[in-house]
Write a protein that binds this ligand. Structure first.
Ligand SMILES: Cc1cc2nc3c(=O)[nH]c(=O)nc-3n(C[C@H](O)[C@H](O)[C@H](O)COP(=O)(O)O)c2cc1C
Length: 472
């Protein structure tokens, strides 16, 4: 296999992202997430390890459906407290030259104009190393934080997202010409007004006049990440995303899902490899197999079912209050007969399991789909095998310990992958898009829907109602 495999560190500006209970490990420094140094130290480590990027997840509400309460999430630090992901990026950019930053922002609750500005600012400050993980948000509490009584229906959220993207493409790609800023001290012209335009977007969900307030940044549109798994989500990804997180439960389903995304991209007039495919990876590596297994044992002992139950939310029953030998099917029947319209539903459970089996499965860190424990050679074999068999382009590395997971990976696995020619030995490119797609590709390709607004084309400004045009 000749392809180089990309790795992002999966992060979140909080204590408990997806590895619940492990914050109590004596070597875990997650509680330092409020300190700027936590982020600058991490950024330097990842750049030493030649990572593609740090990938920052985000939510804009609390997980408060488990037992109809936020208490478990608070006790277990399940994505609360959590800080804004965008604000730590400039600090990390200041101590690195190459590391990319992909941060999550939702299209559902805040309108596009201010985000377009923040994203362009970050792309300038990072010199073209910014990526955006587009999400539509799934927490009922998030809706209530933004003035809605209930969540907006799932597919409608994707319709809104589609228009949100249209607006930001107009701002990023269409509002300013490349040579608009001339900074001519003699003629006293900073920006040539004939090269900047209003976008006059009027759609079903948004009305945005423009012009964009930020001059063109190195990538203009940040690298677009997305992780939809529903039909609407995959259709959205095939149209917009340049990097996607593929789901699945085994090699075969990952292979099918990667092929599906590539096929859909081609149906959208894009190249099959204009969409990079990533999976989640959990890795526990040691110099010997025994050392790795001992580490895993320690981590498994600290992992907490309550944290995962709060995270999964919506399961609706307090599994932990039942004896371990109770079958899930019995619980469902009992809940129903008590008139509670709740059921144990989650992809993690099958109703023939007992409570004990279900809770063990939830908390085990080796539950996969991609999990590797062992020596550097064994871990590299597993990574290489998966990439070969699924056509994946890379992984988001789940942190079990901070900074231990990344340190171990960089010290032990990276050199082994490098020996096999599967991992870069130096950074060759400067922007994040070039890192993913090759030198000279800092901008969206011409086949991407964002590119249609370049030079002010397709803005349809002449169709704008005169009262809106006149209002400016
Ligand atoms: C690797 C990965 C990271 C994700 N990060 C976030 C996130 O930070 N915030 C969020 O609201 N959703 C996140 N999601 C959820 C997805 O955006 C999406 O809602 C989910 O995969 C279900 O797909 P669907 O919305 O098409 O049904 C993530 C999903 C995956 C697989």
């Amino acid at each position: 296999m000749s392809k180089q495999i990309g790795f992002n560190l999966f992060e979140m500006n909080c204590v408990g992202h997806i590895s619940h209970g492990l914050w109590v490990h004596p070597e875990n420094t997650r509680h330092r997430f409020n300190e700027l140094e936590f982020w600058t130290e991490e950024a330097k480590l990842l750049e030493e390890g030649l990572f593609d990027a740090v990938f920052l997840a985000d939510v804009i509400g609390a997980y408060d459906t488990y037992l109809d309460s936020v208490d478990t999430s608070l006790r277990e630090s399940v994505q609360i407290p959590t800080n804004d992901p965008l604000l730590v990026i400039p600090a990390m950019a200041a101590v690195t030259k190459h590391l990319g930053f992909a941060a999550t922002f939702s299209t559902t609750y805040e309108p596009p104009f201010a985000f377009a500005r923040r994203a362009s600012t970050l792309d300038h400050l990072t010199k073209g190393r910014f990526g955006w993980n587009i999400v539509t948000s799934y927490l009922p509490n998030a809706a209530r934080n933004f003035g809605l009584a209930e969540e907006i229906e799932h597919d409608t959220r994707y319709e809104i997202a589609d228009e949100f993207l249209d607006v930001v493409y107009k701002l990023w790609e269409g509002s300013w010409d490349e040579d608009a800023v001339i900074q001519d001290r003699v003629s006293r012209v900073y920006t040539d007004p004939s090269k900047v335009r209003y976008i006059e977007h009027v759609g079903e969900h948004f009305a945005v006049a423009g012009p964009h307030l930020v001059q063109p940044s190195p990538q203009r549109t940040p690298v677009l990440f997305q992780a939809g798994s529903s039909d609407a989500g995959r259709a959205f990804a095939a149209k917009h995303a340049e990097a996607i997180f593929v789901g699945g439960w085994d090699i075969e389903s990952y292979r099918r899902n990667v092929a599906d995304v590539r096929r859909r991209a081609v149906e959208n007039g894009r190249d099959a490899h204009d969409v990079k495919a990533y999976a989640m990876a959990a890795v526990v590596v040691g110099r010997t197999r025994e050392a790795a297994e001992r580490k895993l044992e320690q981590l498994n002992a600290l992992s907490r079912a309550e944290g995962y139950l709060a995270h999964l939310g919506g399961i609706g029953v307090d599994l932990a209050s039942y004896p371990r030998s109770t079958k899930l099917s019995e619980i469902v029947a009992k809940e129903r007969s008590a008139g509670r319209d709740k059921s144990v539903r989650s992809r993690f459970f099958d109703s023939e399991q007992t409570v004990g089996e279900a809770l063990d499965r939830l908390t085990r860190l080796d539950r996969g789909p991609f999990f590797a424990v062992g020596t550097p050679t064994e871990v590299a074999d597993a990574i290489e095998g998966w990439v070969r068999d699924t056509d994946l382009d890379g992984f988001n590395l789940q942190q079990l310990l901070t900074p231990g997971t990344a340190e171990d990976f960089i010290e032990l696995v990276v050199p082994e992958l490098q020996r096999r020619g599967l991992y870069r030995t130096r950074y060759a490119e400067s922007t994040l898009r070039e890192r993913l797609f090759g030198k000279g590709r800092s901008r969206l390709p011409g086949t991407h829907p964002g590119a249609r607004y370049r030079g002010g084309a397709n803005l349809g400004i002449e169709d704008v109602p005169t009262d809106l045009a006149g209002a400016r």
